[in-house]
Design a binder for this molecule. Structure first.
Ligand SMILES: [Zn+2]
Length: 425
């Protein structure tokens, strides 16, 4: 972030302080049990999981931050060489256990680093985050947001996790005699599994390391490693494939469910479950898929596999809402792999910054509107109409180009997620 001063989820470069948003593998590249570059700031839950993820890590280097509380650090300014004060607050990110955003205030201005996050308006956690940000910022404006641009493209539209979780339960209920396997990562989607466990009144099988994680998170009653106790198993994402499902079906009828914000498309002949096979989709297929997602239909891509749009990242409309709410001067994406980068400015440029359609005097009204505190219905409505009209004009003008660009970018996004067991989507 501030090179030489503050690093967030970056472990290769020299900094004075290091912050961890959450423990997914793509945010800990370069962090290891031998870490000795300096203190690592994180949430209490991440600290609890740290030793499990990095056995032997020098725990005296871990600093935990209370959520919603300002902390002050004394760092050295790289421009003047003198001591300078930096304040930091962590805010719940609503992504996976322990995930937080960081709000910084210092000589560089005000910066928000979201890490991976879900800005789900129906979620209490998002409401808490909203209130914290509002309280912390008062009337100040954020200079730069480093944003989770995983799904920063209008074609990414999916329902709330509550709706998607019910879709998963519906699938399971449709197959009362089948075994069910669900692909998950080493951290995340616990709420989905808990929902299934509670609604169906069953335990869920997880592999032994995952059970340890569940116990560290205080989840003792809903999970088991005894496969004879349940027909629903959560398996590592890397072992979830058509071949696995076909093998299991030679022994017992089994259905696989993959919860993911990313649509899947299987290759016809080789039946590879590789996400890079998105390349075989035509534009029509893609639009059909997105329409299905928008109408919350469950998708079946293979006789044994369903995908459900359950995502721990914000979809595009949530990103728009988030940026409209905070109206920063500048936005940068945090997914920076050359293969997968989606420049958030491309799709969000018309709703932030000095050149935005957001005149400064309307920012307060919009914040109030989002908070449900706007007293002037007329001004809010006309504001929204102006915004929508402008958006429509821009949209139709750019439609052809956007369609092509979004398809290309979506193909590239698919490529990123195949690289390692860290896709946490
Ligand atoms: Zn993540």
């Amino acid at each position: 972030m501030e090179r030489g001063m503050i690093s967030v989820d970056r472990w290769g470069e020299g900094s004075q302080v290091y912050f961890l948003t959450h423990l997914h593998a793509d945010h800990t590249v370069g962090l290891s049990p031998r870490w000795n570059k300096g203190p690592v700031f994180c949430s209490h839950i991440s600290a609890r999981l740290f030793h499990h993820k990095f056995p032997g890590f020098d725990t005296s280097l871990i600093r935990t931050l209370e959520i919603g509380q300002w902390y002050s650090l004394s760092l050295v300014s790289l421009t003047t060489g003198s001591q300078t004060k930096v304040e930091v607050m962590s805010i719940e990110a609503n992504h996976c256990p322990g995930a937080v955003m960081y709000l910084f205030r210092g000589v560089f201005g005000i910066t928000l680093y979201t890490g991976d996050f879900r800005w789900e308006v129906t979620s209490e956690t998002t409401q808490m985050g909203k209130n914290m940000l509002l309280k912390a910022l008062k009337n100040d404006k954020i200079d730069t947001i480093y944003i989770d641009n995983t799904y920063c493209n209008p074609s990414y539209s999916f329902p709330s996790r509550e709706v998607a979780a019910q879709q998963v339960v519906n699938i399971i209920n449709t197959y009362p005699e089948h075994d069910i396997i669900i692909g998950i990562d080493t951290l995340g989607k616990e709420d989905l599994l808990l929902y299934i466990s509670k609604i169906l009144n069953i335990k869920i099988w997880v592999w032994p390391e995952r059970l340890q994680t569940m116990h560290l998170l205080g989840l003792h009653d809903n999970f088991t490693t005894k496969s004879t106790l349940t027909r629903v198993r959560a398996v590592p994402r890397y072992s979830f494939s058509v071949e696995t499902l076909e093998g299991l079906n030679t022994m017992h009828p089994t259905i696989g469910i993959m919860p993911s914000g990313l649509p899947w498309k299987l290759k016809g002949k080789d039946k590879s479950c590789d996400l890079s096979s998105l390349k075989t989709e035509t534009g029509n297929d893609l639009h059909m898929n997105m329409r299905n997602r928008y109408t919350n239909n469950i998708e079946k891509y293979h006789q044994y596999i369903y995908t459900v749009p359950y995502s721990d990242h914000s979809c595009f409309s949530e990103l728009v809402e988030f940026v409209k709410y905070l109206c920063p001067n500048n936005i940068k994406g945090i997914v920076s792999s050359s293969l997968s980068y989606i420049d958030p400015c491309y799709h969000l440029h018309n709703i932030y910054g000095t050149s935005s359609l957001f005149p400064k005097h309307l920012i307060k009204e919009e914040r109030a509107r989002v908070e449900g505190e706007c007293e002037s219905t007329l001004s809010c409505d006309s504001f929204t109409q102006v915004k929508l009209k402008s958006k429509r004009i821009k949209h139709s003008r750019l439609h052809l180009r956007k369609t092509r660009v979004s398809l290309l970018r979506r193909f590239k996004r698919g490529a990123k997620l195949t690289t390692e067991d860290c896709s946490d989507d």
